[in-house]
Design a protein around this ligand. Structure first.
Ligand SMILES: [Zn+2]
Length: 141
């Protein structure tokens, strides 16, 4: 799938998954989906915190090196970038796209900047190590 197809797919997915708080913050499902894909492009398809591409993350998931989390009625968390609303102020200007792994870990504990600086870099290193492992394994076979 190329970037254009991915954007199209995510636009449709996000439009369908609108929560009450998101509707309030973004106005409508369409506005949320537009914001999401614009953000996706400006973040270069990568998590705001660990700066790992969602395509790389999916490679790790497919290879079984990363686990996803099942969510009742909503499929699995892990394969797509999520909206991190940062603090409790749910306004689009404060939101970033985060991988599930950073979003879940960050929770409400740290500010956006603190989390990125202290923990995002460590996760990035960890993901890179896994990707190196995967690339070496695929070179051998
Ligand atoms: Zn991340």
């Amino acid at each position: 799938m190329n970037n254009k197809e991915y954007i199209k797919q995510e636009f449709e997915r996000v439009k369908k998954n609108l929560y009450k708080a998101e509707r309030k913050a973004f106005g409508s499902a369409d506005k949320l989906a537009v914001w999401f894909v614009e953000q996706l492009e400006s973040q270069k398809f990568a998590c705001f915190y660990c700066e790992t591409s969602i395509f790389d993350i999916n490679q790790l998931i497919d290879a079984g090196l990363l686990k996803t989390r099942a969510v009742k009625g909503k499929g699995r968390r892990g394969p797509v970038l999520e909206i991190d609303k940062n603090d409790d102020t749910y306004v689009p200007e404060n939101c970033v796209l985060s991988c599930y792994y950073c979003n879940n870990d960050k929770s409400y504990i740290s500010s956006k900047e603190d989390y990125k600086g202290y923990f995002g870099k460590n996760r990035q290193q960890y993901f890179r190590t896994l990707l190196d492992k995967l690339n070496k394994a695929s070179q051998k076979s």
